[in-house]
Design a protein around this ligand. Structure first.
Ligand SMILES: O=C(O)CCC(=O)C(=O)O
Length: 274
């Protein structure tokens, strides 16, 4: 099965901008498999899902997470697609451990934006070598809810306070807003003051970005094209377990064998795939 390496230019873009577009990031055979999986998940969400309009074909922002725990499809994807290698190469890390998967669907005609945010304050980790690979499963334009990034914003040491995604998110993720950080700047009202980049993607293209890079997405204004994507989250050499108050409690700290401040060398919960 096809796996690819990052080019030196792609690694440089990631290091300088905090995000890089990776064309044809994974073997095309993953796309149909993952869409089929996503459709099943939309019909039968897990307890960690956030569903803005259950069962509907429009006006629905849907997220679900940690699906690798129960799904062979997702386990195969995270272990065999080559994403671990792509993440390690971008982060310039010797290793890549898996943190979690995140299915992100915005059905057509869904006005709900993804708020501008930075990932690392949401997560019980600290470190500069932490990254996500957001894989497009459908064609994506910025108008169709493609991700946008503030170029270079990963170079900060500042944490921005986590915010829930969508109105339903505040209920299911009540821990957001209670952790470390200052409010995120109001980027949307002042877009020209920020160096914002966004890309159109074909299925199989991915955005590989640092957990420190500010990013968000508009609603899906297409009346014909649903937006399906899956993010996988990767921990590099310098990531340390840091279960601070106000971070995502979906990994039970009592089950993690690493101590706070240590590298998460726990293959059952954070498997090393590179
Ligand atoms: O897909 C989206 O709308 C948001 C994705 C995101 O923020 C992420 O993958 O970190």
């Amino acid at each position: 099965m096809y796996q690819r390496d990052l080019t030196p230019a792609e690694i440089e873009s990631y290091q300088q901008d905090g995000v890089v577009l990776v064309k044809n990031a994974v073997d095309p055979s993953w796309i149909g498999t993952l869409i089929e999986f996503a459709d099943k998940q939309l019909n039968s969400p897990s307890t960690l899902s956030n569903d803005g309009n259950p069962g509907k074909e429009t006006g629905r922002m849907f997220t679900d997470r940690y699906l690798w725990r129960n799904s062979d499809v997702i386990y195969d994807y995270i272990s065999q697609s080559g994403c671990a290698r792509l993440a390690a190469q971008a982060m310039q890390s010797q290793s890549a451990r898996f943190y979690f998967d995140h299915l992100l669907v915005k059905k057509r005609d869904t006005s709900t934006p993804t708020p501008w945010h930075q990932d690392v304050p949401y997560w019980p980790f600290r470190g500069k070598q932490i990254a996500s690979i957001w894989l497009a499963l459908t064609p994506v334009t910025v108008e169709g809810s493609g991700l946008e990034f503030v170029r270079g914003s990963h170079k900060t040491e500042q944490f921005y306070l986590p915010e829930a995604f969508g109105s339903s998110g505040a209920k299911v993720n009540s821990w957001t807003g209670t952790g470390e950080g200052i409010p995120c700047p109001d980027i949307e009202s002042d877009r020209s003051s920020f160096d914002i980049v966004g890309n159109d993607l074909e299925p199989g293209d991915a955005l590989l970005f640092s957990a420190w890079t500010l990013h968000g997405a508009p609603g899906n204004s297409s009346s014909t094209q649903d937006r399906y994507a899956i993010s996988t989250r990767w921990l590099g050499d310098d990531a340390i377990w840091d279960p601070r108050p106000g971070t995502d409690p979906s990994v039970n700290p009592a089950e993690v064998r690493a101590k706070a401040g240590e590298s998460p060398s726990d293959n059952a919960i954070f498997p090393r795939f590179y």
